[in-house]
Design a protein around this ligand. Structure first.
Ligand code: AMP
Ligand code: ZN
Ligand code: FE
Ligand code: FE
Length: 273
């Protein structure tokens, strides 16, 4: 069975609806999927509804945190979607995202890019979890960058002209939030942290799994993170991190998939209710 446990929808910075994600998953024969929107769980119900009986949907989310100044993403799975604590946490961080992206839009204008808040809302009418990819797409649309990569490089990355840092929670606090809601906490795309000492230190927190399989990892990274998980008794997961943004790999759900045997322990854990 093919599975994919990492993807984004229009409820954060993805371009497809949960229904469209499921339709692509069905087309490519996926047996299980998880929607992991940034700081948001609003799309999960429609994902489950669209999937019906033939694809199993695991509740998921991707929370931003920081460790020693580095951005670290923690995936949460199989939590209680009704948890009041989780809802207040997500509401707080969505409010911080909104303030930050509004500040970045102001900076863009001060730096000669004539974009407005209305442009951001027009490109992402369904979200309340705003992110830099929304600004990137508007900058491309208005001709200020040739693609989203260039928009990040020149304007939106931490070295870009219009960067505003995102307020972030400490990794251990984010893990607590996921555990409080009854879920599993997984270190997302460890290769993107680009510092394996930090990765090992983060694994000393009470985390449950590692995303060994990710579009950005090569085979040797997959092996390395899989053995780190084995050594520490953690499970491994994997996914495409699909966004549906033009020019960004993968271009559809099903282009990057994970064989279920590779993530069997995780599947057993989330299937036993
Ligand atoms: P934010 O959460 O607003 O800081 O935006 C971070 C998101 O932007 C990440 O989750 C990625 O999806 C995306 N991103 C980061 N760097 C790049 C890049 N160089 N090109 C395209 N997308 C990027
Ligand atoms: Zn994203
Ligand atoms: Fe991420
Ligand atoms: Fe992601």
């Amino acid at each position: 069975m093919l599975v994919d446990f990492h993807m984004h929808s229009v409820f954060s910075d993805g371009c497809l609806s949960p229904r469209e994600l499921v339709a692509q998953g069905r087309l490519h024969g996926l047996g299980m999927m998880a929607l992991t929107d940034h700081d948001e769980i609003a799309g999960i119900d429609s994902m489950i509804e669209a999937a019906g009986q033939d694809i199993k949907i695991i509740p998921g989310m991707e929370l931003s945190s920081s460790y020693k100044g580095k951005e670290v993403h923690i995936l949460g799975y199989d939590f209680d979607c009704q948890s009041p604590l989780l809802h207040s946490y997500l509401d707080y961080f969505k409010a911080r995202r909104l303030e930050r992206i509004q500040k970045m839009v102001d900076r863009c204008r001060e730096n000669g890019c004539a974009i407005s808040w209305a442009d951001i809302q027009a490109i992402a009418p369904k979200t309340s979890a705003y992110g830099r990819p929304h600004i990137a797409q508007v900058l491309v649309q208005k001709g200020y960058a040739k693609d989203t990569n260039e928009a990040f490089d020149k304007i939106l990355s931490s070295k870009g002209t219009c960067y505003v840092p995102k307020p972030k929670e400490a990794v251990d606090r984010v893990i607590d939030v996921i555990h409080d809601a009854g879920g599993y906490a997984v270190l997302a795309h460890p290769g993107l942290i680009k510092n394996d000492d930090y990765v090992k230190q983060i694994l000393n927190f009470p985390i449950d799994g590692i995303e060994a399989y990710h579009t950005s990892h090569n085979f040797s990274q997959e092996d390395k993170y899989r053995s780190m998980a084995e050594q520490r008794g953690l499970f491994v997961t994997g996914g495409s991190d699909f966004h549906g943004i033009e020019g960004r790999y993968p271009s559809s759900i099903g282009e990057y998939t994970v064989e279920s045997e590779l993530v069997e322990e995780f599947i057993n854990l989330v299937s036993c209710d």
